[in-house]
Design a protein around this ligand. Sequence first.
Ligand code: MG
Length: 353
Amino acid sequence: MDRETQNRMDSDTRLRMADSVPRADDLDAEDNTETEGPEPEEECCDEASPSESVVRERSSSLPPTPRECDEPTTRESKSGTAQPKTEPPCPDADKPPCPDADKPPCPDADKAQSAEAQAAQPADAQAAQPAGAAGPTPDSTTADTCVARKPPKLRVLVDMDGVLADFEGAAFKLWRATYPDEPFVAPENRRGYYIKQQYASLRADLGEKMVGIYTTAKFFTDMEPLPGAIDAIKEMTQMADTEVLFCTTSLRTFDNCLPEKYGWIRQYLGPEFVDKIIIIRDKTLVDGHLLFDDKDTITGLKEKPSWEHILMSTAHNKDVVLPPPKQRLESWGHDWKSILERKRQELACNNVQ
Ligand SMILES: [Mg+2]
């Protein structure tokens, strides 16, 4: 082989070798072809992206992580394949297990148990709960439970003249001492609330003379307590959940009446009772549950007072016929406690919501 022929053969060999080695721009072209090609069809037609499918596929090969709220329930897919049921988010581990996702959320378990326990108690036990004790609050009441709140403190209003203090006895005594020769009305024969009118019926001028008797200085101071009145008031004041107030009227000529009524309460009951005095001409405006009063008819601006009137029996009202269910107390020696208890029970019943 001559030299020229050898050189030509070497050149052809180098050219063939150069064509068989890929160049850099040829490699880039191959990569672009792979990424821009059509994506392979997914076997699963759900909405998960291919990357999520990969994660799910990998996760399915791992043992399931136990969850307290998982229920071992499955549901059939359209294709008949058992698919895991979609679970609600797992709540805090300290809370009760998840309710059924198809049901409305459970009420607060603590409140429900408290209402059930309260409803199971006797009404008396519920009423006897002290203030601040664990019990239902108004917002814990449910449609199918009925609970009683603590009844309010029983407020008893007590008149003074003819209920605590012997007005009639003091008037008769001073009348006889002042006018020993004038006609008089014996205490047991008194009729009608106003003593002035009955004396005036004896003789016209005797009415004003009687007014002079009970407006005399120290008339109210010298009144004797009615039998059993002081002990009853002291005992009533000590009763649980009971508030006693003195609800009395002043004379229009009040110069002696007012200070003497305050002094009378302080003398027979003590200075701590002075704060319980209410001086008012219209007793219908005073809030209370019971009013012990010797006046048979009490009217005022309020057509329906909050209190129930208990007529305190005395000579001037003994012929008054009370319409039922109006009640009277014959004296403080009679059963005044049952009247308070009856009223207390009424309040408890009315307090059931
Ligand atoms: Mg009176």
